[in-house]
Design a binder for this molecule. Structure first.
Ligand code: UDP
Length: 239
């Protein structure tokens, strides 16, 4: 059973368990998708019904971010821990490389997915990069068709939230891939365009603060974080 945090149901898994489950989905017939909501996405889901449905209907819902883990604990239904989307992706690529599976990279600004593809192919020998496409396209059809033609087993969909969740729900089946993963800004990190917070910050649950310092334009978005905690407190009182 999933653990609900303000209407979003999270799978209670460790990182290793999540990767294992991802691989099972990758080997099951049909299209499956994974979402990695953080508090900001949970807040989006509170206001946007279509986004909430797309998130809750995912085959795997992973708690990306310490805020979700704290929220679940405050509500008396603790999660095993956080499963950062980018670490889930790394675990998955390691396993895919060992099996010679193929990956399509969709999202980010023009050139970023290609650069990420080159770096990932070098980092994970055996992993096939089936193709890449930037995330600023107007029509879904040609992109979906390009993925289908590539024969990719898995697609990393990095279009930001809630665009990527809605896209995976609507287009997932047509891509022919068995697994799609919504991973936000991960391609920027894989390409080396954006740096991930050093271990110290993430170990202390402060990755969000590091990102804010590096990119103060995120301040508006980050206001959703205190709002999330206020809503969790209200929900706790209500329960
Ligand atoms: N993006 C995109 N298409 C869009 C809007 C955003 O490909 O129409 C990309 C953007 O370039 C970035 C990613 O989606 O690479 C979102 O990154 P963000 O840092 O917002 O995601 P987070 O990791 O915080 O969820």
């Amino acid at each position: 059973m999933r653990i609900s945090v303000l209407g979003v149901g999270f799978d209670n898994l460790t990182l290793e368990e999540a990767v294992e489950r991802g691989m099972e989905l990758l080997h099951s017939p049909g299209a499956h998708y994974v979402v990695t909501p953080n508090p900001e996405i949970v807040e989006i889901c509170r206001e946007n019904l279509a986004a909430r449905e797309a998130v809750n209907q995912a085959d795997l819902v992973l708690a990306d971010g310490i805020g979700v883990v704290k929220g679940a604990a405050m509500l008396g239904t603790p999660l095993k821990g956080r499963v950062p989307g980018i670490e889930f992706a790394a675990g998955l690529m390691e396993r895919m490389a060992a099996e010679g599976l193929s990956l399509y990279l969709l999202g980010a600004k023009p050139g970023v997915a290609e650069a990420a593809g080159e770096r990932l192919a070098a980092q994970y020998p055996g992993l096939k990069i089936a193709g890449t496409h930037d995330g600023y396209f107007q029509e879904d059809g040609p992109v979906t068709e390009a993925i289908r033609q590539s024969g990719a087993d898995c697609v990393f969909v990095c279009l930001g939230a809630p665009k990527q969740e809605l896209w995976m729900r609507k287009q997932g089946g047509a891509t022919g891939a068995r697994l799609l993963c919504g991973l936000g800004g991960s391609l920027d990190v894989f390409a080396g365009v954006v740096e991930r917070a050093p271990r110290f910050w993430s170990d202390h649950g402060l990755e969000w603060f590091y990102r804010l310092c590096r990119d103060p334009r995120r301040a508006g978005r980050m206001m959703k974080l205190p709002l999330f905690l206020i809503h969790v407190k209200k929900e706790k009182r209500r329960r």
